[in-house]
Design a binder for this molecule. Structure first.
Ligand code: OGA
Ligand code: NI
Length: 369
């Protein structure tokens, strides 16, 4: 490792903190932001991923990789022909990609921008101020930390995060000022969009429109807001912002501060995701794969990092109610097509998946029968 004199002290700290004492039960974890700002010129070995370049990376602009687009305004339009078209686009996107861009979603641009400002403001608080939010347990409603699960992982991710439980009970950091009010409004709009998408997907599955919303007790849905900070990384080609994973809920909504960083796995290749202006990015997640008994695939994706740019993503995981037992819908189970997944409550699923670190594979694979 080559070190500039300025970075020596910081590097020494992280080597100790991450490899010996780090855990989500420890308050000693050095943040990636402070590590990045310390002037490192090479990557600490505990961040070096071995298989980063095993799977080829394709550009999303290639003819065969045009990522699907769903027009939300058509889905909620009174015109049944337009709605049918949107439902078909939605179903096809979930089957073939597990990913789509949602356009004309109705969330005002300035609300999304204010959210992003709030996230930046949060990460720019001093480490001392942010300490208050360092969660120690998976079910702490506000948890600020680094990587994924430093207690169990061997290879760390180049990422700091803020994770907040925002529904059915709304929690939020009280700093920076105004952030919480903005978030309340933004997250409520996301929930309304999710309900409509799940209505469309129920119809696409040949079920009555409220099927998934009812089966997941959506009025008390568990919603988690995650802000990810990916600071500049000295050797981005060796590190990862987030290991390949699929999300735990039903549908995940993502927006980002700069384009480029998210990659989605499609037909055995990584496809770079470059979102059109003002579009939301939506991933199908594990509970939807389980409920549909495998018809909709939970999207596997990862985040890569940059050498001279900071990227922020705002991610909202929208799941069933925590008490809900999730199993393949009886409509998709038959003698020839038996249930392909173990049934557990979403709470248990969340707990188990959050204890994983994804440097040892996908969690959903362990739920397959
Ligand atoms: C996530 C996630 C990707 C990104 O937080 O689950 O996949 O680009 N994030 O930040
Ligand atoms: Ni994800």
């Amino acid at each position: 490792m080559t070190l500039s004199p300025k970075s020596m002290a910081a590097t020494f700290t992280i080597a100790t903190d991450f490899t010996e004492h780090s855990s989500i039960h420890s308050s000693k974890v050095t943040t990636i932001k402070s590590l990045s700002e310390s002037g490192l010129t090479s990557l600490p070995p505990s961040f070096a991923c071995k298989n980063l370049h095993k799977i080829p990376v394709l550009d999303s602009s290639s003819e065969y990789n045009t990522l699907p687009v769903v027009d939300f305004s058509l889905l909620v339009s009174g015109n049944s022909e337009q709605r049918d078209k949107a439902i078909q686009d939605l179903g096809q996107a979930c089957e073939e990609w597990g990913f789509f861009f949602l356009i004309n979603h109705g969330i005002p641009e300035n609300l999304i921008n204010s959210m992003m400002e709030g996230v930046k403001g949060f990460f720019n608080l001093s480490e001392e101020e942010k300490k208050e939010f360092q969660g120690k347990h998976i079910f702490d409603p506000i948890r600020y930390g680094s990587s994924i699960n430093t207690a169990v992982e061997k290879i760390h991710c180049w990422r700091d995060f803020l994770k907040v439980f925002v529904h059915p009970e709304f929690h939020f950091p009280h700093k920076p000022s105004g952030f919480s009010d903005t978030a309340f409004e933004y997250l409520k709009m996301i929930r309304e969009i999710i309900r409509e998408l799940l209505r469309g997907l129920s119809e696409n599955l040949g079920l009555e429109p409220n099927y998934i919303n009812k089966a997941t007790t959506i009025e008390s849905s568990f919603q988690v807001f995650v802000a990810n900070l990916y600071p500049p990384c000295p050797e981005p080609e060796l590190a990862v912002g987030l290991h390949p994973h699929s999300d735990h809920g039903l549908l995940t909504v993502l927006t980002e501060s700069i384009s480029g960083g998210l990659q989605t796995l499609h037909n055995g290749k990584w496809v770079k995701v470059n979102a059109p202006p003002n579009a939301l990015m939506v991933n199908t997640a594990d509970q939807l794969e389980i409920m549909s008994n495998g018809k909709y695939k939970s999207n596997v994706h990862r985040a890569v990092v940059h050498s001279n740019a900071t990227r922020i993503s705002m991610v909202t995981a929208n799941g069933p109610s925590l008490d809900q037992l999730i199993s393949p819908a009886t409509e998709f189970v038959s003698d020839t097509h038996p249930p392909a997944y173990t049934s557990v409550t979403y709470k248990k699923y969340y707990e188990l998946s959050q204890s994983n670190s994804f440097d040892n594979g996908l969690f959903l694979d362990r739920m397959r029968i």
